[in-house]
Design a protein. Sequence first.
Length: 255
Amino acid sequence: MSANKILTANDLPAFTIENGSSGSHIFVICDHASRNIPLKLKKLGLSDADLSKHIAIDIGAKQAAQYIAKKFNTPALYANYSRLVIDLNRGLNHEFLIPEISDHIEIPENKNLSKADRQNRIDEIFTPYHNAISDKIEDLISKDIQPILLLIHSFTPEMDGKKRPWDMSILWDKKCDLSKKTIDNLRTQNPELTIGDNQPYDPTLLMGDDSYNHTAVKHKVKSILVEFRQDLIDTDEKSEYWAEKFCQAIKDVVQ
């Protein structure tokens, strides 16, 4: 690690884990839980308005994740820094690991990064975060507890002028029966809703270079990745309402 560290004593650690001593086999993970930027990075040259947008955070995802974790009394891990600093849902070789542009907005402080600056973000944020996930999974397995990961995300209701009509979506690689059962339950329990199946995008398009593959696939454990539409969960009350629908759909799936 370079001597010129990013995180200072006045910054948060890379992640927060809540209810870590829970014996539950369920583990809630939220990669894009925060819009925080390390103090040294000076908001990445962005305005507060830009940092309140979906480019910086999965709006409502942390609130939904906290509700789900409380509902099932599970451990939960949340990233403490924005995806614009380093995207924890991308692999180290992904071209948008540290994006220079996001949804047509330039990220000034991400341009022309030195190798040392890039490595600092990896060493101080990416690696500790993913190590914490691995450690928790391995701890559960060592206790003969088979983990089920709940990966919580949210998506913008419109991108590049195209509406995204799904109220909620489950993303999967067609190998996990938990996901299929969850989709079936969501559609049966909520026939009035539009439930997406690998919408608004297919995670396999990342070619294994995402958090799902770095966690569930790597450790050979089961998982469910949910995407909530952001305009439906942009307040605490709304996020809890939709998180409860998800909880009802998975309660007989994750037993």
